[in-house]
Design a protein around this ligand. Structure first.
Ligand code: SRM
Ligand code: SF4
Length: 574
């Protein structure tokens, strides 16, 4: 462990840093030439430099990859389209907002909605000329997209599990407060999308971030034990609620989690956050700000693959980091308090809280909402449920949806609508599938190397067959898949994880913890389905016969010697 860094990257000349630092600096607080790009009728694309800046505004330029080859043959430019992501602290919206987003999906996007692994909505397939209308529609729904992507604090996650109903409103309030506190202040967003008055030049537009924002993306999440649905150890900052006698005492503070890694680059690795202390609720924002500004000042701005806070924490050590945070706060963190997690999944079906309010957690496979066909009009069913106009809609960190906090009368109507539209009853879905997640990947994600969301369902059908042959039909094993190494479905925390290497080829990871408490480890690289099934079949049968009572699959494969235990991110490849 080092005694601490001697220099702060934020004070170094821009020429020595990654070109994105200059781009941010020169953008006039995220304006760049976005307005000119939007006005250019010749292309469906934005200027290259603007595609970096628009992330801070909440959208990505993509192209429809299924059409790439055909468009190339026809000598056409790629089928450019935008993906918009909302900033939705704690993943909650009203039924009215749901209806507005549903309508926007039809008028401005591809007609569907995507629930993400960070509890927010994405619209896909938005053409450039529809962008401004979509952004204004989101604003009319009293929602926004500012900092949903980019080198800033992204959407803040918070446990939505209904069994935490008592403490839920308070934790939600904290998640929203910290998100609002850390949101960029630049007026560029209002000017460009909401036709606001130009205000550049007045005062300091970004007192917290400065002109170059953060070295890299930054993520915060709030977990309420025993539920670790948000995978708190994968966050840059994880706040773990400590509840005693039904009262929120404060939060344990965990720093330096992250999933991203790059194949064949062992200097990059997933890492779990370290718990560095405890803070009272009224200190939480000051703690978050001190951590974020420490990363702002000491994070690596030269190498974006080493720029996440997990590397700053790993390089300088959690003790140094804690000291710096306390120095900035002018007070010490208290000693971390005891807590215990039981699982990181969702709890499906109906639940009634102590006040008699009802909750229904629906399984939304890989978060994709659309009217699939006449037999599965999921989007229509949810629209009808939203029209009941009671309670709220909560997006879970596992890409599912909770129709939350509704009366008994509304619950009956929800039940009728679910039956009328034939919406999947989670009690009829295997525990394996209910505990699975896949990222978007093809056809929209520019980084995808293999299918994920479009492939995992069929692989799971095969694994379900093996599970039931082994007599494990009702047992949960956490399976997660991504189309590349970036880790968007947090696959390095899965008991069985996959990341795409090439079409039809995946790395297979084993040994993640059932409670999101342990990273897995690469088992085999670059293998196809046949080999995946060949490897997993005997392992699953072995698990069925030799597991200890209550032993999760991830623990079993370590005990049985299939894979070593990963105790720290740096050991991921050992
Ligand atoms: Fe992600 C980049 C989708 C959660 C790590 N992620 C992307 C992009 C924007 C691809 C790109 O840069 O061009 C993907 C857009 C695909 C598309 O077509 O929609 C994308 N990420 C997603 C979502 C939609 C996956 C999903 O199926 O739900 C999730 C949106 C979350 C949100 O609402 O904000 C999503 N991404 C995550 C998570 C999980 C989390 O945050 O809990 C991670 C791992 C945690 C972490 O950050 O360490 C994650 N995404 C990445 C990375 C790797 C970051 C790194 O540190 O190396 C990238 C690539 C990058 O940043 O360079 C990335
Ligand atoms: Fe795209 Fe890779 Fe993220 Fe999947 S993991 S959405 S393929 S960046």
């Amino acid at each position: 462990m080092s005694n601490g860094p001697e220099r702060s990257d934020v004070t170094r000349p821009l020429e020595e840093l990654h070109p994105n630092e200059r781009l941010k600096y020169d953008s006039n607080y995220l304006r760049g030439t976005i307005e000119e790009s939007l006005a250019d009728p010749i292309t469906g694309a934005l200027a290259e430099s603007d595609t970096q800046l628009t992330k801070f505004h909440g959208f990505y330029q993509q192209d429809e990859r299924d059409l790439r080859g055909e468009r190339r043959k026809q000598k056409l430019e790629p089928a450019y389209q935008m993906m918009i992501r909302l900033r939705l602290p704690g993943g909650v919206c009203t039924p009215q907002q749901w209806l507005q987003l549903d309508e926007l999906a039809h008028t401005h996007a591809d007609g569907g909605l995507r629930l993400t692994t960070r509890q927010t909505f994405q619209f896909h397939g938005i053409l450039k000329h529809n962008l401004k209308g979509a952004m204004q529609g989101i604003n009319n729904a009293l929602l926004d997209t500012l900092a949903a992507c980019g080198d800033d604090n992204r959407t803040t996650m918070a446990t939505v599990n209904p069994t935490n109903a008592g403490i839920y409103p308070e934790v939600q309030r904290h998640a929203k407060a910290v998100s609002d506190h850390l949101v960029p202040r630049t007026a560029a967003y209002r000017e460009i999308w909401l036709d606001g008055e130009r205000v550049d030049g007045d005062g300091d537009p970004e007192p917290l971030y400065g002109p170059t924002y953060l070295p890299r993306k930054f993520k915060i999440g709030f977990a309420v034990p025993p539920t670790n649905d948000i995978d708190v150890y994968s966050q840059d900052i994880g706040f773990i609620a400590i509840v005693e006698g039904g009262e929120l005492q404060g939060f344990n503070v965990a720093i330096g989690g992250g999933m991203g890694r790059t194949d064949n680059e062992p200097a990059t690795f997933p890492r779990l956050a370290d718990v560095i202390g405890f803070c009272r609720p009224e200190q939480m924002i000051a703690v978050a700000e001190a951590i974020l500004t420490t990363q702002r000042d000491y994070g690596d701005r030269e190498d974006r693959k080493h720029a996440r806070m997990k590397y700053t924490v790993d390089d300088y050590g959690p003790d140094w980091f804690r000291g710096e945070v306390e120095r900035r706060m002018g007070e010490s963190l208290e000693q971390a308090r005891a807590f215990h997690f039981e699982h990181n999944g969702d709890q499906y079906g109906w639940y009634q809280d102590d006040d008699g309010r009802w909750y229904y957690t629906l399984f939304i496979e890989n978060g994709r909402i659309r009217d699939w066909d006449d037999d599965y009009p999921l989007m229509t069913a949810l629209r009808e449920i939203a029209r009941i106009n009671d309670g709220d809609f909560r997006l879970t960190p596992n890409q599912n949806l909770i129709i939350a906090n509704i009366s008994g009368e509304a619950a009956e109507k929800v039940d009728e609508l679910l039956a009328q539209y034939g919406i999947m009853d989670p009690s009829k879905v295997s525990a394996l599938r209910l505990n699975s997640m896949a990222c978007v990947a093809f056809p929209t994600c520019g980084m995808a190397m293999a299918e994920s969301e479009r492939y995992l369902p069929s692989l799971l059908t095969k694994l379900e067959g093996i599970m039931s042959e082994a007599g494990l039909g009702d047992d949960p094993i956490i399976v997660r898949m991504t189309g590349c190494n970036n880790g968007c479905a947090r696959p390095y925390l899965a008991e069985i994880g996959f990341s795409g290497r090439a079409p039809g080829k995946y790395n297979l990871y084993l040994g993640g913890g059932f409670r999101g408490e342990r990273l897995n480890k690469p088992y085999l690289y670059n293998i196809g389905e046949e080999r995946i099934l060949e490897e997993l079949t005997p392992m699953i049968h072995h698990y069925a016969t030799d597991r200890n009572q209550g032993e999760p699959f991830g623990d079993f494969v370590i005990r049985a010697g299939y894979i070593g235990e990963t105790r720290a991110g740096r050991e991921f490849y050992d």
